[in-house]
Design a protein. Structure first.
Length: 241
């Protein structure tokens, strides 16, 4: 099943009557829901946190569509998918905690263009805004899963992490599940709109990374030139003496 899942395309398809496709990711999720009901939807969402090829933008509207057909209760669909989100996020939190702050700093210090001061500022920022980052991060594509790792690395209190992860996940899941419920046979249209949001997030991240690289390269070159000039000046002053 997993082999057919990851070898298939990620496109969303539905039959003329709105029934979900039996192929690829959609088929995998449908199979879980048919076998396990609400817990199957929760399991799919938990896996989505760990395996990015399984997008929540597919699972959640599909769970809502299943609820609209009476195959599961709407509240149960929201509850189970939120539980799955929390469990998946907790797994990533534990991975971050196992890796630990010292290992992350050791890796960061070896990366080109990264300075120890960058790591210090990142840690200081997370110490001040970590709870907001976890809460809002659960509602942003790409960061939904990634935000759990630094929370674990920085050893955010588990109770605080679970609280804000649950609240953020509940809002995100409710929006998508209810959208699938309301759209019914057109549930797959949700992915079109969320795809635009995801592309915007990717573009913003790309611009941010590009700006950081260019800024750091320019500053590095200026520092080298300044150092060379100071060295040359010291040589000239030494000769005069």
């Amino acid at each position: 099943m997993f082999e057919s899942l990851f070898s298939s395309t990620l496109s969303i398809s539905a039959a003329d009557d709105g029934a979900p496709s039996s192929d690829g990711i959609v088929g995998f999720v449908v199979d879980l829901m048919e076998r396990l009901g609400g817990p199957g939807a929760g399991l799919a969402v938990a896996l989505e946190n760990l395996f990015p090829p399984i997008p929540s933008e597919v699972i959640l509207p599909l769970a809502g569509f299943s609820a609209s057909r009476g195959e599961m209760n709407l509240i149960a669909a929201i509850a189970w998918t939120t539980l799955g989100s929390v469990l998946g996020a907790l797994a990533l939190y534990l991975i971050g905690a196992l890796v630990g702050r010292d290992r992350v700093r050791a890796i960061g210090e070896r990366l080109p263009l990264i300075k120890v001061s960058d790591l210090d500022r990142t840690e200081e920022w997370f110490a001040r805004h970590g709870t907001k980052a976890v809460f809002f991060g659960r509602m942003v594509p790409i960061f939904r899963s990634l935000i759990s790792v630094p929370a674990g690395v920085e050893r955010m209190r588990v109770s605080v992490f679970l609280l804000y992860t649950t609240l953020g996940s509940l809002i995100w899941n409710t929006v998508f599940v209810v959208a699938g419920y309301q759209l019914g046979e057109s549930w797959h249209r949700v992915e079109d709109y969320s795809g635009v949001f995801q592309k915007i997030v990717i573009a913003v991240c790309a611009v941010g990374v590009g700006y950081f690289i260019v800024f750091r390269l320019i500053r590095t070159r200026r520092n080298r030139r300044g150092a060379d000039n100071r060295l040359e000046s010291s040589r000239h002053s030494g000769r005069r003496r």
